[in-house]
Ligand binder design. Structure first.
Ligand SMILES: [Zn+2]
Length: 265
Protein backbone atom coordinates (compact mmCIF):
# COMPACT_ATOMS: atom_id res chain seq x y z
CA UNK A 1 0.00 0.00 0.00
CA UNK A 2 2.83 2.39 0.81
CA UNK A 3 4.62 1.90 -2.47
CA UNK A 4 4.21 4.50 -5.24
CA UNK A 5 1.39 4.05 -7.76
CA UNK A 6 4.01 3.37 -10.42
CA UNK A 7 4.99 0.28 -8.45
CA UNK A 8 1.43 -0.91 -8.04
CA UNK A 9 0.92 0.63 -4.59
CA UNK A 10 -1.60 3.15 -3.35
CA UNK A 11 0.96 5.89 -2.80
CA UNK A 12 0.27 6.10 0.93
CA UNK A 13 3.15 7.41 3.00
CA UNK A 14 5.00 4.92 5.17
CA UNK A 15 5.06 7.03 8.32
CA UNK A 16 7.86 5.05 9.95
CA UNK A 17 10.17 5.62 6.98
CA UNK A 18 8.98 9.21 6.58
CA UNK A 19 9.88 9.88 10.20
CA UNK A 20 13.38 8.47 9.63
CA UNK A 21 13.66 10.66 6.55
CA UNK A 22 12.64 13.82 8.41
CA UNK A 23 15.32 13.09 11.05
CA UNK A 24 17.87 12.49 8.28
CA UNK A 25 16.94 15.84 6.72
CA UNK A 26 17.65 17.58 10.04
CA UNK A 27 20.97 15.72 10.19
CA UNK A 28 21.79 16.87 6.66
CA UNK A 29 21.01 20.47 7.67
CA UNK A 30 23.34 20.03 10.60
CA UNK A 31 26.21 19.31 8.27
CA UNK A 32 25.46 21.74 5.46
CA UNK A 33 23.75 24.75 7.02
CA UNK A 34 26.20 25.90 9.63
CA UNK A 35 24.98 29.49 9.46
CA UNK A 36 21.96 28.81 11.66
CA UNK A 37 22.20 29.53 15.35
CA UNK A 38 20.95 26.14 16.66
CA UNK A 39 23.31 24.32 14.32
CA UNK A 40 26.26 26.42 15.46
CA UNK A 41 25.24 25.61 19.01
CA UNK A 42 25.28 21.85 18.38
CA UNK A 43 28.63 22.10 16.63
CA UNK A 44 30.05 24.15 19.49
CA UNK A 45 28.78 21.83 22.23
CA UNK A 46 28.88 18.36 20.67
CA UNK A 47 30.91 18.21 17.45
CA UNK A 48 33.69 20.45 18.77
CA UNK A 49 35.64 20.73 15.53
CA UNK A 50 35.66 16.99 14.74
CA UNK A 51 34.76 15.60 11.34
CA UNK A 52 30.95 15.57 11.30
CA UNK A 53 30.61 11.94 10.25
CA UNK A 54 33.36 10.70 12.55
CA UNK A 55 32.36 12.41 15.79
CA UNK A 56 30.96 9.94 18.35
CA UNK A 57 27.33 10.43 19.33
CA UNK A 58 27.52 12.27 22.68
CA UNK A 59 25.77 10.19 25.34
CA UNK A 60 25.13 13.22 27.52
CA UNK A 61 23.14 14.91 24.72
CA UNK A 62 19.37 14.88 24.83
CA UNK A 63 17.40 12.15 23.08
CA UNK A 64 16.53 14.36 20.11
CA UNK A 65 20.15 15.35 19.38
CA UNK A 66 21.27 11.72 19.65
CA UNK A 67 18.56 10.61 17.21
CA UNK A 68 19.59 13.29 14.72
CA UNK A 69 23.28 12.39 14.93
CA UNK A 70 22.50 8.68 14.62
CA UNK A 71 20.85 9.46 11.28
CA UNK A 72 24.29 10.25 9.80
CA UNK A 73 24.45 6.73 8.38
CA UNK A 74 21.44 7.53 6.20
CA UNK A 75 22.80 10.86 4.96
CA UNK A 76 26.22 9.45 4.06
CA UNK A 77 24.85 8.18 0.76
CA UNK A 78 23.34 11.49 -0.28
CA UNK A 79 25.49 13.48 -2.61
CA UNK A 80 25.50 17.19 -2.04
CA UNK A 81 23.94 19.12 -4.88
CA UNK A 82 22.89 22.76 -5.01
CA UNK A 83 19.19 23.32 -4.31
CA UNK A 84 18.92 19.80 -2.97
CA UNK A 85 17.35 20.91 0.31
CA UNK A 86 13.78 21.25 -0.93
CA UNK A 87 13.54 17.79 -2.47
CA UNK A 88 15.86 16.08 -0.02
CA UNK A 89 13.10 14.46 2.03
CA UNK A 90 11.54 12.96 -1.10
CA UNK A 91 14.91 11.69 -2.37
CA UNK A 92 15.82 10.06 0.94
CA UNK A 93 12.33 8.62 1.41
CA UNK A 94 12.41 6.97 -2.01
CA UNK A 95 15.87 5.57 -1.21
CA UNK A 96 14.65 4.18 2.09
CA UNK A 97 11.62 2.38 0.64
CA UNK A 98 13.95 0.92 -1.99
CA UNK A 99 13.45 0.22 -5.67
CA UNK A 100 10.15 -1.39 -6.49
CA UNK A 101 9.17 -3.70 -9.29
CA UNK A 102 6.55 -2.24 -11.60
CA UNK A 103 3.65 -4.60 -12.22
CA UNK A 104 2.21 -4.32 -15.75
CA UNK A 105 -1.31 -3.66 -14.42
CA UNK A 106 -0.26 -0.41 -12.72
CA UNK A 107 -1.59 1.49 -15.76
CA UNK A 108 -5.14 0.57 -14.70
CA UNK A 109 -4.71 2.58 -11.50
CA UNK A 110 -3.84 5.89 -13.18
CA UNK A 111 -6.40 8.40 -14.43
CA UNK A 112 -9.25 6.05 -13.69
CA UNK A 113 -12.56 7.81 -13.02
CA UNK A 114 -14.16 4.80 -11.34
CA UNK A 115 -15.24 5.11 -7.71
CA UNK A 116 -12.30 4.89 -5.28
CA UNK A 117 -13.79 1.77 -3.64
CA UNK A 118 -14.05 0.17 -7.10
CA UNK A 119 -10.41 1.00 -7.85
CA UNK A 120 -9.37 -0.37 -4.46
CA UNK A 121 -11.29 -3.61 -5.06
CA UNK A 122 -9.68 -3.94 -8.50
CA UNK A 123 -6.26 -3.30 -6.91
CA UNK A 124 -6.84 -6.21 -4.51
CA UNK A 125 -8.23 -8.41 -7.28
CA UNK A 126 -5.26 -7.83 -9.60
CA UNK A 127 -2.94 -9.02 -6.83
CA UNK A 128 -5.22 -11.95 -5.91
CA UNK A 129 -5.71 -10.54 -2.45
CA UNK A 130 -9.52 -10.54 -2.31
CA UNK A 131 -10.79 -12.90 0.36
CA UNK A 132 -12.14 -15.53 -1.96
CA UNK A 133 -13.14 -18.82 -0.33
CA UNK A 134 -10.13 -20.73 -1.70
CA UNK A 135 -7.87 -18.36 0.25
CA UNK A 136 -10.00 -18.62 3.38
CA UNK A 137 -9.82 -22.42 3.16
CA UNK A 138 -6.03 -22.27 2.82
CA UNK A 139 -5.99 -20.33 6.08
CA UNK A 140 -7.88 -23.18 7.76
CA UNK A 141 -11.27 -21.43 7.85
CA UNK A 142 -14.22 -23.75 7.36
CA UNK A 143 -16.26 -22.20 4.54
CA UNK A 144 -18.36 -23.39 1.63
CA UNK A 145 -15.87 -23.20 -1.21
CA UNK A 146 -18.38 -23.41 -4.08
CA UNK A 147 -18.81 -20.37 -6.29
CA UNK A 148 -21.93 -18.57 -5.08
CA UNK A 149 -22.98 -17.80 -8.66
CA UNK A 150 -22.81 -21.18 -10.37
CA UNK A 151 -22.37 -23.59 -7.40
CA UNK A 152 -20.32 -25.57 -9.86
CA UNK A 153 -16.68 -24.69 -9.25
CA UNK A 154 -14.41 -23.70 -6.41
CA UNK A 155 -14.48 -19.94 -5.82
CA UNK A 156 -11.10 -18.55 -6.85
CA UNK A 157 -10.16 -15.12 -8.17
CA UNK A 158 -9.68 -16.57 -11.65
CA UNK A 159 -13.03 -18.35 -11.65
CA UNK A 160 -15.00 -15.49 -10.15
CA UNK A 161 -13.84 -12.84 -12.62
CA UNK A 162 -12.84 -14.80 -15.69
CA UNK A 163 -14.44 -18.23 -15.94
CA UNK A 164 -17.77 -18.12 -14.14
CA UNK A 165 -20.77 -18.03 -16.50
CA UNK A 166 -22.43 -15.33 -14.42
CA UNK A 167 -19.58 -12.80 -14.48
CA UNK A 168 -18.60 -13.76 -18.05
CA UNK A 169 -22.12 -12.84 -19.18
CA UNK A 170 -21.78 -9.42 -17.50
CA UNK A 171 -18.34 -8.87 -18.98
CA UNK A 172 -19.42 -9.82 -22.51
CA UNK A 173 -22.39 -7.49 -22.28
CA UNK A 174 -20.13 -4.64 -21.17
CA UNK A 175 -17.68 -5.33 -23.98
CA UNK A 176 -20.54 -5.28 -26.46
CA UNK A 177 -21.93 -2.06 -24.99
CA UNK A 178 -18.52 -0.34 -25.09
CA UNK A 179 -17.80 -1.61 -28.62
CA UNK A 180 -14.89 -3.73 -27.52
CA UNK A 181 -14.21 -7.10 -29.00
CA UNK A 182 -14.60 -10.29 -27.04
CA UNK A 183 -11.65 -11.54 -25.08
CA UNK A 184 -10.46 -15.06 -25.55
CA UNK A 185 -8.13 -16.25 -22.83
CA UNK A 186 -7.45 -19.54 -21.16
CA UNK A 187 -5.20 -18.48 -18.30
CA UNK A 188 -5.39 -15.56 -15.90
CA UNK A 189 -2.08 -14.26 -17.26
CA UNK A 190 -3.54 -14.06 -20.78
CA UNK A 191 -6.68 -12.43 -19.44
CA UNK A 192 -4.70 -9.88 -17.41
CA UNK A 193 -2.42 -9.25 -20.41
CA UNK A 194 -5.41 -8.36 -22.58
CA UNK A 195 -6.85 -6.07 -19.92
CA UNK A 196 -3.52 -4.26 -19.61
CA UNK A 197 -3.20 -3.88 -23.38
CA UNK A 198 -6.72 -2.43 -23.62
CA UNK A 199 -6.41 -0.22 -20.56
CA UNK A 200 -2.94 1.19 -21.17
CA UNK A 201 -2.36 4.73 -22.40
CA UNK A 202 -3.97 8.13 -22.47
CA UNK A 203 -6.46 7.48 -25.24
CA UNK A 204 -10.17 7.92 -24.59
CA UNK A 205 -10.70 4.23 -25.33
CA UNK A 206 -8.12 3.16 -22.74
CA UNK A 207 -9.59 5.50 -20.12
CA UNK A 208 -13.09 4.15 -20.73
CA UNK A 209 -11.80 0.59 -20.52
CA UNK A 210 -10.08 1.21 -17.17
CA UNK A 211 -13.27 2.71 -15.77
CA UNK A 212 -15.44 -0.18 -16.98
CA UNK A 213 -13.07 -2.84 -15.70
CA UNK A 214 -12.81 -1.35 -12.21
CA UNK A 215 -16.60 -0.97 -11.94
CA UNK A 216 -17.08 -4.51 -13.29
CA UNK A 217 -14.76 -6.02 -10.67
CA UNK A 218 -16.43 -4.05 -7.90
CA UNK A 219 -19.96 -4.96 -9.01
CA UNK A 220 -19.16 -8.69 -9.23
CA UNK A 221 -17.50 -8.63 -5.81
CA UNK A 222 -20.43 -6.70 -4.31
CA UNK A 223 -22.98 -9.07 -5.82
CA UNK A 224 -21.00 -12.04 -4.53
CA UNK A 225 -20.97 -10.54 -1.01
CA UNK A 226 -24.66 -9.70 -1.09
CA UNK A 227 -25.52 -13.25 -2.09
CA UNK A 228 -23.37 -14.74 0.67
CA UNK A 229 -24.07 -12.35 3.52
CA UNK A 230 -27.48 -10.81 2.76
CA UNK A 231 -29.06 -13.63 0.74
CA UNK A 232 -30.05 -11.13 -1.96
CA UNK A 233 -29.40 -11.69 -5.64
CA UNK A 234 -29.71 -9.91 -8.95
CA UNK A 235 -29.56 -11.38 -12.43
CA UNK A 236 -26.51 -10.67 -14.54
CA UNK A 237 -28.37 -8.27 -16.86
CA UNK A 238 -29.36 -5.99 -13.99
CA UNK A 239 -25.78 -5.92 -12.74
CA UNK A 240 -24.43 -5.15 -16.23
CA UNK A 241 -26.98 -2.36 -16.64
CA UNK A 242 -26.02 -0.86 -13.27
CA UNK A 243 -22.32 -0.94 -14.20
CA UNK A 244 -23.05 0.82 -17.50
CA UNK A 245 -25.09 3.44 -15.64
CA UNK A 246 -22.39 3.96 -13.02
CA UNK A 247 -19.72 4.34 -15.73
CA UNK A 248 -21.84 7.00 -17.44
CA UNK A 249 -22.25 8.87 -14.15
CA UNK A 250 -18.57 8.64 -13.22
CA UNK A 251 -17.08 9.38 -16.64
CA UNK A 252 -14.68 12.33 -16.70
CA UNK A 253 -15.53 15.23 -19.06
CA UNK A 254 -12.95 13.94 -21.53
CA UNK A 255 -14.50 10.51 -21.97
CA UNK A 256 -18.17 11.28 -21.21
CA UNK A 257 -19.14 12.36 -24.78
CA UNK A 258 -17.82 9.08 -26.21
CA UNK A 259 -19.29 6.93 -23.45
CA UNK A 260 -22.72 8.51 -23.83
CA UNK A 261 -22.86 7.32 -27.42
CA UNK A 262 -22.80 3.69 -26.28
CA UNK A 263 -26.25 2.14 -26.32
CA UNK A 264 -27.16 -0.49 -23.76
CA UNK A 265 -29.65 -2.81 -25.40
ZN1 LIG B 1 -19.07 -19.66 -10.78
Amino acid sequence: MCTPKSAGGLNLINLQQWNKTAIAKTCWDLKHKQDKLWIRWIHAYYIKGQQFHEAATPQQACWMVRKVLEARAITEHIQHRPNLGKSLIKIVYLQLIGSQSRPPWKCLMFNNSARPKAIFTMWLQLQDRLLTTDRLQNWGIDVNIDCIFCQNQMETRDHLFKDCDYSTAIWRKLLLWSRNQNFTSTTWEEHAGQIVRKGKGKSVGAQIFRLIYAEFVYAVWLERNQRIFEKKSKNWESVAREIAFMCSVRASPKIAPVLQQFIFT
